[in-house]
Design a protein around this ligand. Structure first.
Ligand code: SF4
Ligand code: SF4
Length: 327
């Protein structure tokens, strides 16, 4: 192991690990609050990426970490995850349940000013909440934020990794601001940070109608393809309108013929055929193979780069028209 990797390991072990573990306990403490919504027995277990990265580095001396970890961003992310838990105590007692159309429009504008879009509403199913986590409302506002195309095109690179962390941080800050805005208007809210989320975001965002989950397991949106990060805010607002169908389901057909991400994944981690588990959950990626490459090479992101939908602009409409022609 090189000097850079050894130094990163030393910092993570001495300072980072205890802080990450404390943060995880803090997040889990929400599940002890009264009237919390818990996951079902079949719900997924969260992959603790920071701790797993350290474990991998410790176990595998031959692994050389190329990237320099954006520690300042990570500290800001941890601060905002803590805030998302602490600020639950600031919810109004007897929060409002009905929001006017005007207020919901204002909420969308507020989110947009903070770089969020698209934004949609969905009922949160318990089987998408991670084990040991809890949420205080099952009405969810799903937030997406675009990642820079220029930086994704450089993947895998330090520039890409820095941009990804920046997007995580900016979206996490926006989620906390949206929760605060809801509270100031009499509603209860709980922000869910995009890094270390309490729920499985891609299938939840698909249910919300924001896009469709592609072969690479990422949400493909019409606006930016998979070049987005996802977060949520859970709210006491009851009269949200939920999508009852998903107009993006044609992407399944497109993926069947495309398969570019499967061919170009440097770790061959994207499954040729998806695995549908008894619980109904779908596995699209071999997590271990992906993670080993991801940990060494700047968080990878090659599957985002090569996905045709990442081009944005009118790509979505063009690919949709081409897919319809073949049917
Ligand atoms: S992040 Fe990289 S290694 Fe992981 S699935 Fe995507 S392309 Fe493959
Ligand atoms: S690269 Fe192709 S197969 Fe993979 S998710 Fe994107 S469209 Fe689907």
């Amino acid at each position: 192991m090189g000097i850079k990797s050894k130094l990163t390991m030393a910092i993570l072990t001495k300072i980072g690990v205890p802080r990450i573990q404390k943060l995880l306990e803090h997040q889990r403490s929400v599940s002890q609050l009264p009237n919390v919504i818990h996951p079902t027995e079949n719900a997924p277990t969260r992959f603790e990426i920071q701790l797993e990265m350290l474990k991998l580095m410790k176990e595998r001396n031959d692994i050389e970490m190329q990237s320099s970890f954006p520690i300042r961003r990570m500290l800001s992310i941890m601060k905002n995850i803590n805030l998302s838990v602490d600020s639950i105590a600031e919810n109004p007692i007897g929060p409002a349940a009905n929001a006017s159309i005007d207020f919901l429009n204002t909420l969308r504008e507020f989110a947009q000013v903070h770089g969020v879009g698209p934004l949609e509403f969905v009922k949160l199913p318990r089987d998408l909440i991670f084990q040991h986590m809890g949420v205080i409302y099952d009405n969810a506002i799903i937030l997406a934020m675009e990642m820079s195309q220029e930086k994704i095109d450089m993947a895998p690179s330090q520039e890409t990794m820095n941009m990804v962390f920046e997007t995580y941080d900016t979206l996490g800050i926006a989620a906390n601001k949206i929760a605060k805005f809801l509270r100031e208007n009499g509603f209860g809210a709980q922000a869910d940070h995009p890094l270390g989320g309490l729920v499985l975001f891609p299938p939840l965002a698909q249910r919300a109608g924001i896009g469709w989950v592609g072969k690479h397991g990422l949400l493909i949106t019409p606006e930016f393809g998979p070049r987005v990060r996802l977060a949520a805010v859970y709210t006491s607002i009851q009269n949200l309108s939920f999508a009852d169908s998903n107009e993006h389901d044609w992407i399944d057909d497109y993926c069947t013929n495309c398969r570019i991400c499967i061919e170009q994944c440097p770790a061959q981690a994207i499954l040729k055929e998806v695995i549908v588990h008894d619980t109904g959950r779908i596995s699209r990626v071999d997590q271990n193979s992906c993670f080993e490459y991801f940990a060494q090479f700047y968080g990878c992101s090659v599957c985002i780069k090569v996905c045709p939908f990442s081009q944005g602009g009118d790509t979505y409409e063009q690919l949709k028209a081409a897919t319809e022609k073949t049917h």
